[in-house]
Design a protein around this ligand. Structure first.
Ligand SMILES: [Zn+2]
Length: 342
């Protein structure tokens, strides 16, 4: 069964049909209610995806007790902790990667519940935060940390100011949760908090943690600032939203299918040297061979192939290539199509 993880919001308060943002949301390809609600920019029905929690793919890893009752942490590899938020529909996953002398927190969740106490329970070593990209469901707790690293790109800088409540209100409606919202979260005032960057990094940089080196690898496509983290000696690739087991959305203004195609070709070439892929939504582990599957599928997509179903809104098109699914903006395929209003 394929899962769909999506986030989409349509701004109705500022300008009709202006796409604010699209990232990742969980769901099920057979779950029309959830899929449709995602497409319409509202939270999904919890009845179906809640039934998938906890995900069997995740619970096979050792669970690690952490403070609070919101985050669920799995030890995926020695020194690699997947910090999941399974009861909010994004099911965002942050990874704490621990070396002998320091640690990197790759992504920081949606920010509904403080993340720093969880991280501090997992390691006493200094922690640097780096985001797979700057969509708000991955930077939510950045503000809790002193050492935030970031690329020096306009898209990243544009997101460093956070998002007001109106932009993220759909993330905290009752149907956005399995069960009740976290008791400590003020959902009525929830916003994506701004954060400060301690140091700019660039693709190609390496982060030495002591006994473990992480390479920052460019992965534009989902966003201009998308990166993946490569732990070459351990055969691990942390893919952010560049790959996760779900429908891949490419209709937001910041997405770039041509760039994504090139990215996936590079990542697929890495696959033989990898043991495990660790995505930023839904499931904490995937087979490296999936990178080649997606790389092949995106080329079929760009060639106009796949099984295509036009969305009800007439703007987007669902494209299925084998067991890889995309949601794209139809206008992207038409060179003469007018630009979307801003
Ligand atoms: Zn995203």
């Amino acid at each position: 069964m394929r899962d769909l993880r999506r986030r989409a919001r349509w701004a109705t308060s500022t300008s009709a049909a202006v796409l604010l943002f699209a990232c990742g949301r969980t769901g099920d390809g057979t779950d029309a209610a959830k899929r449709d609600s995602a497409v319409n920019g509202t939270a999904p029905s919890p009845t179906s995806w809640c039934a998938k929690i906890p995900r069997p793919e995740n619970v096979r890893f050792p669970r690690v007790d952490v403070p609070g009752d919101w985050h669920e942490v799995y030890r995926v590899e020695p020194g690699v902790f997947a910090i999941t938020e399974p009861r909010q529909f994004q099911e965002a996953i942050a990874y704490l990667i621990v070396g002998d002398s320091s640690a990197v927190l790759f992504d920081a969740g949606i920010g509904l519940v403080p993340l720093a106490p969880v991280v501090q329970a997992l390691t006493s070593r200094p922690v640097r935060v780096l985001n797979s990209h700057s969509h708000f469901d991955h930077v939510g707790a950045n503000h809790e940390f002193e050492q935030v690293l970031a690329l020096d790109l306009p898209f990243t800088r544009g997101n460093e100011g956070g998002k007001p409540h109106g932009d993220v209100a759909d993330e905290v409606v009752p149907s956005a949760f399995c069960g009740a919202p976290p008791t400590t979260a003020d959902t009525a005032a929830f916003r994506s908090r701004p954060w400060r960057v301690a140091r700019r990094v660039t693709v190609g940089d390496t982060l030495s943690l002591g006994g473990r080196v992480l390479e920052i690898v460019a992965a534009p496509g989902h966003t201009p600032d998308a990166i993946v983290l490569l732990d070459r000696s351990n055969g691990l690739l942390f893919t952010g939203d560049t790959f996760y087991e779900s429908q891949l959305w490419f209709f937001a203004d910041e997405t770039d299918i041509a760039a994504y195609d090139a990215t996936m070709s590079r990542l697929a070439a890495l696959a033989p040297s990898l043991r495990r892929v660790l995505p930023a939504h839904n499931t904490v582990s995937a087979a490296p061979s999936r990178l080649a599957d997606v790389a092949n599928a995106v080329q079929v997509l760009r060639d106009g192939g796949g099984v295509r179903v036009i969305d009800e809104d007439g703007v987007r098109e669902a494209v299925t290539v084998g067991d890889v699914r995309f949601l794209v903006r139809r206008a992207r395929a038409a060179a003469t199509a007018p630009a979307r209003p801003q």
